[in-house]
Design a protein around this ligand. Structure first.
Ligand SMILES: [Zn+2]
Length: 116
């Protein structure tokens, strides 16, 4: 469900950009998605296929780049990358506190657009 709204928004951005550049067809879209984002690639691709039907973005190849989750410690200021899959938790590796904030990791951006 979440992916549907996100994909709809993404398609709008893509089409607006393509129109502005007088593109005839969108052939490739590169997305930058934070590793902490709960977007499921598979669903995003399916919704895109469905939503883009009949638009100039139909059949575009989607490339998804996951960007790492970066946190900053509120106590010592240390900035560090958290490997979500390793499951080591989010506490600061420098001083061990849990008072940390996320710097990046939830972004969703259209990074590149290939049009003809
Ligand atoms: Zn710290």
């Amino acid at each position: 469900m979440h992916e549907l709204a996100v994909t709809e928004g993404m398609l709008k951005v893509v089409l607006r950009h393509a129109e502005r550049n007088q593109a005839r067809k969108v052939v490739g879209i590169t997305l930058q998605i934070g590793e902490m984002s709960d977007i499921v690639d598979e669903w995003l691709r399916r919704y895109f296929d469905y939503l883009s039907r009949g638009t100039i973005a139909e059949g575009a190849e989607i490339t998804i780049r996951r960007t790492p989750a970066v946190f900053r410690c509120e106590d010592c200021g240390e900035e560090y990358v958290v490997n979500i899959k390793a499951g080591n938790g989010f506490s600061c590796p420098e001083c061990g506190t849990n008072k940390v904030e996320m710097v990046s990791g939830r972004e969703f951006l259209v990074q590149e657009l290939k049009v003809i």
